[in-house]
Design a binder for this molecule. Structure first.
Ligand code: ADP
Ligand code: MG
Length: 700
């Protein structure tokens, strides 16, 4: 139950004086339906009316508040002309200009012969000073009480700044003083105001500096939001992780056999991650671990050997991949290892018939399958395991949902608490990792397996297309294999992407020969996709794969060393990095050419240049974050990135880390949340609408 002290926060904005239904709807669309939504609707600027020059010194272009004596009203002679009112001080004269104004209102507001303070932007017209539609006209007596600095709020069409400002002020008047939930020592060190003071100050900026996200008031509010998020994650995590899970203690027997069959041995980084995972599996607590490793860093092997450990311990393992192609490829890579270890491997994807799935399900339930690789079909069909010990989710960001949703599905499916390993190659900046995965342990697979040459990435305008194709032909003649990536179509319209890919494939077939070109896009039938991949993977098959971004994830054809990406500026940086991760996996040096359509904006150019300069996914991710802001880096919605309203992850990274640490500390020192801080923390969670987490509080 929401604490009563927060009832005002969730007042319907319609209850605010002056906010009728139409206005409430507009504001609701802009900010949200409750007072609290307006609290979080912080000013994006300010109007400073403290500049009060005499007319002789007044600088055109600035906002000024002028002490004027009102002179003659000059009514327009035609409706297209403005209504002009002359006014002066002892140093000069100015015209106040009104279009479509109501004369009676003007007569009342600016009576001839009286003094007024008139505030607005100064202009010149035919070398004479004027002010069009002053923002503010007050009497000399009322001026001292007037707010000289006014906040400017982000607006939506049809909403007037004055009206919105008034409603926000009405909402702010409802804000109660709330108990302090921040750690006292931390709060003192930051020299931050109390919550209420911070809220009020954030809405009453006096200087440009007060608008900075790092100003004490804004930083405090941002921290509160981050703390609420991290605490909610920690609480959820407490629920999932603290749950006991079967300890999986492997004896190394199957892992040893698989390793003996491998042409290489694990890198030190792979071994380190494997050790962390083995310790989790054996701990008796449910593992909840993220394995983060750049494209090509060798995550598959870590997943495979972890799965073997689960099987050694007498349980089953499942590896879920985002696409059909990837699931099949995993199965192909894992088969020799499974054979060497003598375990039973199966694959399931959406294309399997219901009958085949039922048979697989029965075999799983009977314990006749040790390791299963599959797509979503793994959790969608009602597959039951005899004893699922470890679930691995590969490239989890591609599932387009937060892993917890998947987890929820799993739990509903009644599979019991399996250990969970989530793998991602999206090089997420540290700060975003915390926001997305603050509730998980993180293993980082640093570096790449030995023997890789760093690839070369360059960029060129698309008008050099003929040249590019010429050079490509020469490389293919020398035996190279290449990917040709077609432009991304807005909204992932697969039909349009298909058309683009087919068109390009036709054109390239005409130039290079049809037998050398294979085509892959999302709308092909599964068997056609397989055939295309097989032709491309075959050393004597197609040398060029024209494809949409379906090859983005995980596809591994080591012989491919070249890649051309069309309209590269339309892709996300992380996505381009993933794409080029497809090449240079073998002995030949990878070369990636980013074609763009000029003119490029500065940001677009900087982004593509970043890719040309570095091959380090984490550096790329950090720069992308700085260039574009958190929301866009991963595609906020898709990646399940929490929508922050006060915190900006590109700026408040350190605060996020502090919030994470604080949340963890709270969970270790007061896991039942009964201590003195807990009542205030509960208010915090409800304030940021983390109701589900707040309800996990034991105390009332
Ligand atoms: P990703 O992390 O992108 O999933 P993969 O698991 O597909 O990367 O591995 C990329 C390539 O590196 C594969 O061809 C794989 O066989 C190879 N590889 C993995 N581990 C090693 C290793 N320890 N030594 C050499 N090559 C390795
Ligand atoms: Mg992979």
């Amino acid at each position: 139950m929401r604490p009563p002290i927060l009832f005002p926060a969730f007042t319907d904005i319609k209850a605010i004086k002056g906010c009728g239904p139409r206005l409430a709807e507009q504001i609701g669309r802009l900010a949200g339906p409750h007072a609290v939504d307006l609290w979080w609707h912080l000013p994006s600027g300010l109007v400073d009316r403290r500049y009060q020059p005499r007319l002789a010194d007044a600088v055109p272009g600035r906002i000024a508040s002028l002490h004027l004596r009102i002179g003659q009203h000059q009514r327009p002679r035609s409706p297209r002309q403005p209504y002009r009112i002359m006014a002066h001080d002892e140093t000069g004269e100015i015209a106040l200009v009104f279009f479509n104004a109501r004369p009676d209102w003007l007569a009342r507001t600016l009576p001839e012969g009286e003094e007024r303070i008139v505030s607005g932007r100064l202009e010149t017209f035919q070398d004479r000073l004027q002010m069009t539609h002053p923002d503010l006209i007050v009497t000399v007596e009322d001026w001292p009480a007037q707010e000289k600095v006014q906040p400017v709020y982000p607006l939506t069409a049809g909403l007037s700044p004055k009206v919105l400002g008034r409603i926000v002020a009405g909402a702010l008047a409802l804000a109660p003083d709330l108990p302090e939930w921040q750690d006292r020592a931390f709060h003192e060190r930051q020299h931050w105001p109390s919550w209420l003071q911070a809220l009020q100050a954030a809405h009453r900026p006096a200087e440009e500096a007060d608008l900075s996200p790092l100003s004490p008031a804004r930083a405090r509010l941002a921290y509160d939001e981050l703390l609420a998020g991290q605490l909610a994650l920690a609480l959820m995590r407490g629920r999932t992780v603290r749950r006991a899970a079967t300890p999986l203690q492997g004896d190394g027997r199957l892992v040893a056999k698989a390793l003996a069959a491998l042409p290489f041995s694990p890198t030190p980084a792979q071994s380190a991650c494997l050790a962390e995972i083995a310790a989790d599996l054996a701990s008796g607590k449910r593992m909840h671990r993220l394995l983060q490793g750049d494209v090509g860093s060798g995550k598959t092997l870590v997943a495979a050997l972890s799965a073997l450990t689960a099987v050694e311990a007498g349980h089953q393992a499942a590896i879920m991949a985002p696409t059909e192609i990837l699931a099949r490829q995993h199965a192909a890579v894992l088969q020799p290892l499974a054979d060497a270890a003598g375990i039973r491997l199966a694959v399931v994807t959406g294309r399997d018939s219901d009958k085949a799935k039922a048979a697989l399900g029965a075999a799983l339930e009977a314990g006749e399958i040790d390791l299963i690789v599959g797509t979503h079909a793994l959790i969608q069909s009602r597959m039951r395991f005899r004893s699922l010990g470890l679930a691995v989710i590969d490239e989890q960001h591609r599932f387009g949902v937060h892993q917890r949703i998947l987890l929820g599905e799993r739990e509903r499916a009644g599979d019991g608490p399996a250990h969970l390993l989530v793998m991602t190659a999206t090089p997420i900046p540290r700060t975003l990792t915390l926001a997305l995965y603050g509730d998980m342990e993180v293993s980082r697979l640093e570096g790449k397996p030995p023997g890789r040459q760093p690839g070369i990435t360059s960029m060129a305008p698309v008008d050099r297309l003929d040249d590019v194709i010429d050079r490509l032909r020469r490389r293919l003649d020398e035996g190279a294999k290449a990917y040709w990536i077609c432009p991304l179509v807005a909204d992932e319209d697969e039909t349009a992407e298909q058309a683009a890919a087919e068109g390009r494939a036709r054109m390239l077939s005409a130039v290079l020969g049809a037998d050398r070109v294979a085509l892959l896009h999302g709308r092909l039938k599964p068997a056609e996709k397989d055939a295309a991949m097989a032709r491309f993977a075959d050393p004597d098959g197609a040398a060029l794969l024209v494809a949409t971004t379906v090859v983005e994830v995980g596809v591994d054809v080591p012989a491919a060393s070249l890649m051309v990406v069309e309209e590269a500026e339309r892709f996300g940086l992380a996505q381009l990095h993933q794409l080029r991760g497809r090449i240079g996996r073998g002995t030949a040096q990878g070369r990636c050419l980013l074609l763009y359509t000029p003119p490029l904006s500065d940001v677009a150019r900087a982004r593509l240049e970043t890719l040309c300069e570095t091959d380090d996914g984490f550096v790329i991710a950090e720069r992308d974050l700085a260039l574009r802001g958190a929301g866009e880096v991963l595609g906020t919605r898709q990646a399940g990135l929490p929508q922050t309203r006060l915190a900006d992850l590109a700026v408040h990274g350190e605060l996020l880390a502090a919030a994470r640490d604080d949340a963890r500390l709270i969970m270790t020192t007061d896991p039942e949340l009964t201590g003195p801080r807990s009542a205030a923390l509960k208010v915090l969670l409800y304030l940021f609408e983390r109701d589900a987490a707040a309800r996990l509080f034991r105390s009332g």
